[in-house]
Design a protein around this ligand. Structure first.
Ligand SMILES: Cc1cc2nc3c(=O)[nH]c(=O)nc-3n(C[C@H](O)[C@H](O)[C@H](O)COP(=O)(O)O)c2cc1C
Length: 252
């Protein structure tokens, strides 16, 4: 307090302090403003990158529809705001993309997955084909793996071959995968659920296996249970509940 009074009595120091507080406040406001202004652009760029990856992965897709997986439900993405308002708990909400061909037939689903790699989090988009219950392709959305070593997970042709038909078929009870997705040493792949690692980049390769296993174990059972809803592309409404989509999810 004595130091504060001393400052107040010394007018030049007091002026300096006030100027510093003002500058700090303005700088803070500018940072917050620029963050809020750039957020929609960042989101839109992210969405564009996802769309590009989706249509590169599923070349014969002509339409995309966005859903969300919330708990064990699948809802149209348009219901997200309402769901957030209704939900008291912070249940995990995950985007799910459904891709349709010209005949409006569901040909693929896609999800994001992530895990820690050699340097930082690796984020990927992967496609799931319900016909074979298998993963059909991956695209790396974000990574900080070492150039020329770990970053090969996005470009190495042999590594990408793993995802032409990576088995994620379910057990009879449709609760879990029949076989855990695992990475194996380069050249040791024997089964469709194994990922042949990149030689010298075992850590990045196993990160891809871990994220796919975790995501597929959790979401393939939910997708398969709600498949006919995703195939129909139609929102079922309960009579009398105008505007509010209530999904009568058909369990196959
Ligand atoms: C500078 C440096 C960067 C590395 N970056 C990666 C990487 O990004 N991803 C990775 O899996 N391994 C990376 N490694 C190699 C790992 O330390 C490890 O040796 C390798 O993943 C093991 O692969 P292997 O079992 O085929 O020999 C890096 C090694 C060094 C020295």
């Amino acid at each position: 307090m004595a130091a504060f009074n001393h400052l107040k009595n010394n007018s030049s120091d007091w002026l300096m302090l006030r100027a510093l507080v003002l500058i700090a406040t303005i700088s803070g406001l500018l940072v917050v403003m620029s963050f809020s202004l750039s957020k929609p652009y960042i989101e839109s760029n992210k969405q564009q990158a996802i769309d590009k990856a989706l249509f590169e992965l599923v070349v014969n897709a002509s339409d995309k529809k966005e859903f969300i997986i919330a708990g064990d439900k699948i809802l149209p993405a348009s219901e997200l705001m309402q769901l957030k308002q209704e939900q008291s708990s912070e249940a995990e909400i995950k985007p799910l993309y459904a891709l349709y061909n010209k005949q409006e037939k569901l040909i693929s689903l896609a999800l994001q997955a992530e895990a820690s790699g050699y340097q930082d989090k690796i984020q990927i988009l992967y496609t799931f084909d319900p016909k074979c219950q298998c993963i059909r392709g991956i695209k790396v959305l974000k990574m900080a793996e070492t150039p020329g070593i770990g970053d090969k997970i996005s470009s190495d042709k042999d590594f990408l071959q793993n995802f032409i038909e990576l088995d994620t078929s379910l057990n009879e009870d449709w609760g879990t995968l029949k076989n855990k997705i695992v990475s194996v040493k380069h050249g040791k792949k024997r089964h469709l659920w194994e990922i042949d690692s990149i030689s010298g980049a075992t850590i990045s390769s196993s990160a891809v296996a871990r994220m796919l296993n975790q995501s597929a174990q959790q979401f393939v059972p939910i997708i398969m249970k709600h498949l006919s809803f995703l195939q129909s592309k139609v929102l079922h409404r309960k009579p009398g509940q105008q505007g509010k989509a209530v999904l009568e999810l058909s369990h196959e």
